[in-house]
Ligand binder design. Sequence first.
Ligand SMILES: CC(C)(COP(=O)(O)OP(=O)(O)OC[C@H]1O[C@@H](n2cnc3c(N)ncnc32)[C@H](O)[C@@H]1OP(=O)(O)O)[C@@H](O)C(=O)NCCC(=O)NCCS
Length: 391
Amino acid sequence: MKECVIVDGVRTPNGRAHKEKGWFRNKRPDELLSAVYDALFQRNPKVKPDQVEAVFVGTANQSGMCNDIARLGWLASGLPVNVATNGINQQCPSGMAATEHCARAIMCGEGDIYIAAGVEDMMNVPMGASIDFPPRIAKYFSPMELPMGMTAEKVAVQYKVNRQDTETMAYWSNKRAAEARDQGKFKNEIVPVEGVKDDGSPFLVEHDQWIRDDVNMEKMATLKPAFKPDGIVTAATSSPLTTGACALLLLERSKADQLGCKYHLKYKAGAMVGCDPTMMGIGPLFAARKVLERTGLTAKDIDVVELNEAFGTQALAVLRELGIEQNAPFKKTNLWGGALALGHPLGESGARVIITLNNIMKTDKKDAKLGLAMLCGGFGNANASIWEAVK
Ligand SMILES: CC(C)(COP(=O)(O)OP(=O)(O)OC[C@H]1O[C@@H](n2cnc3c(N)ncnc32)[C@H](O)[C@@H]1OP(=O)(O)O)[C@@H](O)C(=O)NCCC(=O)NCCS
């Protein structure tokens, strides 16, 4: 088997998907993709765009985004027509699936230079806008139990997660994200992008918009449940509606050496699972167990974890069941904050967590050997992948 290494990874800042407040409210998602492609090629001049074998782009709501944002976004960026593009929809794990498709293609020798990207515009293409539940699904699942927020409530009940613990998690997610931002830790991954004001004038967006500098337990405790009158999930313990894009440059290891490209992590293994869609948030537990078992590892062998915080309830349940963490502040998980603070542009996040994992292991956790990235996805898909430091 050949080896797949991460040569680079960049992302736009995440903007709120909010009609009045969102920094990217006047921006098209294909323009965000262009920004990360441009940055990748500018930062890696040894890799020429026409050498790329294929680009896989994760997006959860494809129909609203140019219909085929993978192809049209690439062409609209003025990039070579000879490069194949492939849109991937696996709901939230789309970006991770895109990355794993590239890794597997590299490992089996189909090609040696790939881009894995992810993009979502949750303002112009609202979550669920084009969902048309097949009527027959009601034979198996209650459609009332399928919306994401409802699944987060169900996980809380089944796995006995309480509101205060999820608020503590949201508190630390915001604190850590703010600290990482202020210490310049995201500088290597965030590409500043021009936003456009309503009067047409441009302004530079350099940071994630949602990070709440004023986060405090007292205020969070006053928020009303967002999905269920007697529920525990609030706007603070849900990932916010977000817009953003990211891209990873993945190379076959000897090709990277030949081109003189540096790298820190290689893909070790990945697993995708399906689970009960009414408790989709618990999926990463099964995906992580599967990939750990396949590689002969246990959760104790993992040094750094990036888990997408779709909701506080599901993230805590997954981490507790895996025996990785009990409560925030976490010791090895989401050390630069998670989606509760950074945001979660659905199809983007699976690739974003790998980019952040790579940067954490290159800087703050230089001695770490193994990193685990994982996330859940709407209707019961989940992915986990293990990345190994290459010395
Ligand atoms: C939970 C949800 C419905 C809330 O949406 P919303 O009502 O539009 O709320 P907002 O996110 O704009 O936040 C509303 C307010 O809550 C308060 N709030 C949110 N988080 C807070 C925090 N951590 N601390 C204090 N106040 C907070 C603020 O007052 C905020 O308004 P402001 O920032 O404009 O002042 C929405 O974010 C959501 O659906 N999230 C889940 C997305 C999802 O399912 N993703 C897929 C997962 S698989």
